[in-house]
Design a protein around this ligand. Structure first.
Ligand SMILES: Nc1ncnc2c1ncn2[C@@H]1O[C@H](COP(=O)(O)OP(=O)(O)OP(=O)(O)O)[C@@H](O)[C@H]1O
Ligand SMILES: [Mg+2]
Length: 316
């Protein structure tokens, strides 16, 4: 099977922390991993398998690569959806000795294939070409998913090193922007760093993307407040919360619908797929407290009303 580098390939031009030390935030996760790595190194054994969960862009792939680097082991990366049959998993595990095997979006591994994976995690046995079980060499599995609910419980429980990455604070995102800027050959005014950190929705990938897109408008690679403003205006992003046109359209539609509406009604009003709203848009609006949920649907909160009022005032 082909070894793939997943969507993080698109991020190659973004600075990616190389080591656990460069990995900003997620302090408890990093400390726990560092302790496990150092103990395993002392004892001359492999660390246990690792499960990384959390929303997109928070650093699961970055962390997997940093772990492999700390361990001094090669990493081979796969997408869960590549494993449609048990034979595909067996083939990879048979040749996994001494490697970090990274399976991204592991929830997409087929059920039968996952069974082989379970079994190998449990007793180190893997089916050979004739289907007979053989002991396989020691490897480390790092599994990542944005959707841990879709993993069978027994599979999740096989990971004693299991970490959930959470959204980053503005201060952490500011540190990331500060770290990224010189790598991208940019100088950034402190006010611009603050703005980018504030609108990045708690997501490092977005912070780096916004820095990169601001740079499109920069003169002499200097990211000044007017440069960031130009980026925000061009992309229709508000400077307080990072709401884009779809977010504001959603809030405005909710207001026009009387402040309460079901996802389906809301989606058809703005011509969007209900899934895009509930998976991609709603979580951030809920986190900001602009929208809340009830049995009757989605409700525009007083804070949400205030934000729309402000945005409409700015636009007029
Ligand atoms: N802790 C961090 N410190 C500095 N930069 C980070 C950190 N985490 C992520 N990044 C930046 O964000 C980008 C996205 O991270 P990454 O690809 O690891 O996220 P992911 O959780 O694997 O996302 P997905 O679920 O979409 O695969 C990285 O390329 C890097 O630039
Ligand atoms: Mg990833």
């Amino acid at each position: 099977m082909n070894v793939v580098t997943t969507q993080h390939q698109q991020d190659r031009s973004l600075p990616r922390p190389q080591t656990l030390d460069e990995f900003i935030n997620q302090r408890h996760t990093v400390e726990a991993l560092r302790a496990a790595i150092s103990k395993a190194n002392q004892r001359g054994i492999m660390i246990d398998h690792v499960l990384l969960t959390g929303p997109p862009g928070l650093g699961k792939t970055t962390l997997a690569e940093a772990i492999a680097r700390e361990l001094g082991l090669p990493i081979v990366s796969y997408l869960g959806s590549q494993f449609t049959s048990p034979a595909q998993v067996s083939a990879v595990l048979r040749y996994g000795q001494g490697k970090v095997i990274f399976i991204d979006e592991v929830h997409a591994v087929s059920y039968k294939a996952l069974e082989v994976l379970y079994r190998t995690l449990e007793d180190g046995m893997v089916p050979n070409l004739d289907g007979r079980l053989e002991k396989c060499g020691a490897f480390i599995l790092i599994a990542a998913t944005t959707d841990p609910q879709r993993l069978p419980n027994p599979f999740r429980q096989r990971f004693s090193l299991s970490f959930h990455l959470d959204y980053y604070s503005e201060a952490s995102l500011a540190t990331i922007v500060n770290q990224s800027a010189p790598i991208m050959g940019l100088t950034v005014a402190s006010e611009s760093i603050e703005t980018i950190a504030r609108i990045a929705r708690g997501v490092p990938r977005l912070a780096n993307h916004f820095l990169k897109r601001s740079a499109d408008f920069a003169v002499d690679n200097a990211i000044t407040p007017p440069v960031v403003q130009k980026f925000l205006t061009t992309y229709g992003i508000d400077s307080s919360y990072g709401l884009d046109r779809l977010d504001t359209g959603l809030l405005t539609a909710l207001k026009r619908l009387g402040g309460t509406a079901s996802i389906d009604v809301l989606a058809s009003t703005i011509g969007e797929n209900p899934k895009v709203i509930s998976i991609d848009r709603e979580p951030y609006l809920l986190r900001l407290g602009l929208v809340s949920r009830s049995s009757r649907g989605r409700i525009l909160t007083p804070k949400g009303e205030q934000v729309i009022y402000q945005l409409e005032k700015e636009a007029s």
